[in-house]
Design a protein around this ligand. Structure first.
Ligand SMILES: [Zn+2]
Length: 421
């Protein structure tokens, strides 16, 4: 069978409708990845990826009543240290603590789940933006911060946060206003008569000159007050702050825990997930980016394969259906799709050249390129390159897209057939 691929166009085409538009949008390979997960939306230990030893350790300290008034969760980006800190605070406040986790359903747990508990306070780096033009404080960004954390289940990064609030070209800091805010907030008694939490995210961004304002309260906070400090680089923390905290090192997420979590959100083969987990270095944010890229590439490849197959077989109605879907893409995405075609043709040529360079493809995509390379030869490759480049040229100049695509389909089909005759 052609390309050794058994493809049903009837089943392939509807998925094209669903997927092309969403996966080939402009900025596809940018950092704006959709955050996909299957978390239940509750800030519990069970929702934190990996770190089983640390969870046990934290629960044990609570059981023994050893609650340090300032704890510093530190470790590299994407390891879940903030999520762990929030799970710890949820547990500490839970009215119905279980052996291994908070209950998840008492009034306190439900408020923590929404990050709306009145005794949960946040301080984080900010700067002026288009809305807050002077004297920015964390509290001015609180609603954005909550939404941001909930959407990412507390797996957050500094650059991503800056981008969220439109300060990516600036350096966010925790400034003197925020230090005053810390002292003021903790001066009030707890709303619910339980613990009060002051979470300071990225405490290394604390403006050094402002730090003395909080030294006293950090050392001797009011009763039942817990500081949860989060940091990625303890070397940058002011020593007088650092020495007042109890350190909790949070390592990168271990490979096994990462893979088993990724399995809950992605159907990809286990070997792919192993590779992604390994590439991510225990950083969940990175792992998600790899996952998205892999998914995008697989879909682009599938659509390209179906398109070329229909063209080769001269199945005009199939070609029309596929082209109609492609024509709906934004111009930049369509160009990216055609550029992908050029890349595939180049891979085919490499495969047909003795001593070809290493090809960075795997799985079904590699299988397809191997089969497709039987139809791409030195005699038709140049014409195929020309065809795709010409199409890009016309699309850039706003030519009528369905016509351009039909032209590519029919001429590419002929060229591919010529290699087999
Ligand atoms: Zn509870």
């Amino acid at each position: 069978m052609l390309y050794n691929l058994q493809i049903s166009f009837q089943s392939a085409t509807p998925s094209l409708k669903l997927n092309l538009y969403t996966t080939l949008k402009p900025g596809n390979f940018s950092k704006h990845i959709p955050f996909r997960h299957t978390f239940a939306g509750i800030m519990q230990f069970s929702e934190v990826i990996g770190h089983s030893g640390l969870k046990k350790q934290l629960i044990q300290t609570v059981k023994e009543g050893r609650i340090p008034h300032a704890r510093l969760f530190y470790g590299p980006e994407g390891n879940g240290k903030l999520a762990l800190g929030l799970a710890y605070s949820t547990y500490l406040s839970c009215a119905n603590k279980q052996a291994e986790d908070s209950c998840g359903s008492c009034p306190s747990c439900l408020k923590f789940a929404k990050l709306a508990h009145p005794d949960l306070h946040f301080i984080f780096p900010v700067a002026t933006n288009a809305t807050i033009r002077e004297k920015p404080r964390s509290i001015d960004f609180l609603e954005e911060w909550r939404q941001y954390l909930l959407a990412r289940h507390a797996y957050v990064s500094l650059n991503d946060w800056y981008e969220q609030i439109g300060i990516e070209k600036k350096q966010g800091i925790i400034n003197a206003n925020d230090c005053n805010e810390i002292v003021r907030t903790l001066g009030y008694t707890s709303y619910e008569g339980n613990y009060k939490f002051m979470v300071i995210w990225m405490v290394e961004k604390l403006y050094h000159a402002a730090a003395p304002k909080i030294l006293k309260i950090l050392e001797e906070p009011p009763d039942k007050t817990v500081f949860l400090l989060i940091s990625e680089n303890t070397d940058l923390i002011i020593p007088t702050i650092l020495s007042r905290t109890q350190l909790l090192k949070v390592p990168p997420i271990d490979q096994e825990a990462m893979v088993s979590h990724l399995q809950t959100i992605e159907q990809a083969g286990t070997s792919d997930l192993q590779k992604i987990a390994s590439l991510s270095g225990g950083n969940y944010i990175e792992a998600l980016k790899y996952l998205e890229d892999a998914a995008d590439e697989t879909l682009t490849f599938t659509h390209f394969r179906n398109w070329m197959l229909a063209s080769y077989l001269y199945k005009v109605s199939e070609i029309q259906t596929i082209n109609a879907e492609l024509a709906k893409l934004p111009k930049e995405s369509l160009k990216a799709f055609l550029i992908y075609g050029i890349r595939v043709i180049r891979y085919c040529l490499h495969l047909n050249t003795p001593g070809h360079p290493e090809i960075v493809l795997r799985g079904k995509e590699l299988e397809f390129v191997r089969n497709f390379s039987k139809y791409v030869t030195v005699s038709n490759a140049e014409a195929l390159f020309g065809l795709f480049n010409e199409a890009i040229f016309h699309i850039e100049r706003n030519a009528y897209v369905p016509l351009v695509l039909m032209d590519v389909s029919l001429r590419a089909g002929k060229l591919l057939q010529s290699a087999r005759s």
